[in-house]
Design a binder for this molecule. Structure first.
Ligand SMILES: Nc1ncnc2c1ncn2[C@@H]1O[C@H](COP(=O)(O)OP(=O)(O)O)[C@@H](O)[C@H]1O
Ligand SMILES: [Mg+2]
Length: 236
């Protein structure tokens, strides 16, 4: 068994990276061994969520580590990739060497995006970075995950349509809508399954199933020590 490595990455904060990471981790842990790696110091909100969760459950069924540097992340993956089925990595809200390392080490990058024009202004730069990472990591798949979607809002639909037309990246069909349950459950160390919103639970369940299908057949990633890889990690 070699762990499937999934990173939740975006150059912006507040897009839902930690929320999605936590909810996917809980879903996958129902049938698989899951390690989360929190790469967002000093906030470490995933670790804060987990600390609350530890007080709720005798056995959370999850494990968490933190990585503040590229070398720490590489070391954690090396140490744990044969021990887990899934490694879920939560990224920082900007691009740094750790985020670039995540792109090179992952089978799948989930990019949460909120469908508003302001949210996607900075997206083009991140897309260029992803393209470069894809040329260095042949096992990498990338999927946009629309989050905080408001149904029947014309401007949201227009943003989603324009990204579908203009971006080379494809989006998962499963979208997460704007629901208070995502906020409230995370603040209490829970997933949406342990909350009172069946719609949010169904959204996360469908998203997890779709992600499993995307990474079903991916090959394990080997981080090359080539000069191009080292250069990418250092400078992008
Ligand atoms: N689908 C959603 N509906 C409502 N609130 C959401 C949703 N996804 C995330 N949030 C909220 O948005 C805020 C930012 O989410 P977070 O996961 O911390 O983002 P990031 O890790 O990208 O900075 C949090 O308050 C979170 O509860
Ligand atoms: Mg976060």
């Amino acid at each position: 068994m070699t762990a499937k490595i999934i990173s939740i990455a975006q150059a912006k904060g507040g897009v839902g990276k930690s929320t999605i990471c936590a909810n996917l981790a809980v879903t996958f842990s129902q049938s698989s061994k899951v390690l989360m790696i929190d790469c967002d110091p000093p906030q470490n909100s995933l670790s804060a969520w987990f600390a609350i969760r530890v007080n709720l459950y005798e056995d959370t069924g999850l494990h968490i580590e933190q990585a503040a540097t590229s070398a720490q992340l590489v070391g954690l993956i090396e140490k744990n990739k044969e021990k887990y089925d899934y490694i879920l990595i939560d990224g920082a809200p900007h691009v740094n060497a750790v985020v670039r390392t995540m792109l090179l080490l992952s089978n799948l990058i989930i990019i949460p995006l909120a469908p508003s024009s302001v949210e996607i202004w900075s997206f083009a730069t991140f897309e260029t970075l992803i393209e470069k990472a894809e040329s260095l990591n042949k096992s990498l798949k990338t999927k946009i995950c629309w989050n905080r979607v408001r149904r029947r809002v014309k401007s949201s639909e227009e943003v989603i349509d324009s990204v579908a037309k203009e971006s080379k990246l494809t989006a998962l069909k499963n979208q997460l809508t704007f629901r208070v349950a995502y906020m409230d459950s995370f603040a209490e160390g829970c997933s949406v399954y342990e909350w009172t919103d069946p719609v949010a639970s169904a959204e996360i369940w469908s998203l997890s199933s779709a992600i499993k299908r995307v990474i079903n057949k991916v090959e394990p990633v080997k981080l090359s020590k080539s000069a191009a890889v080292q250069e990418f990690i250092k400078k992008g």
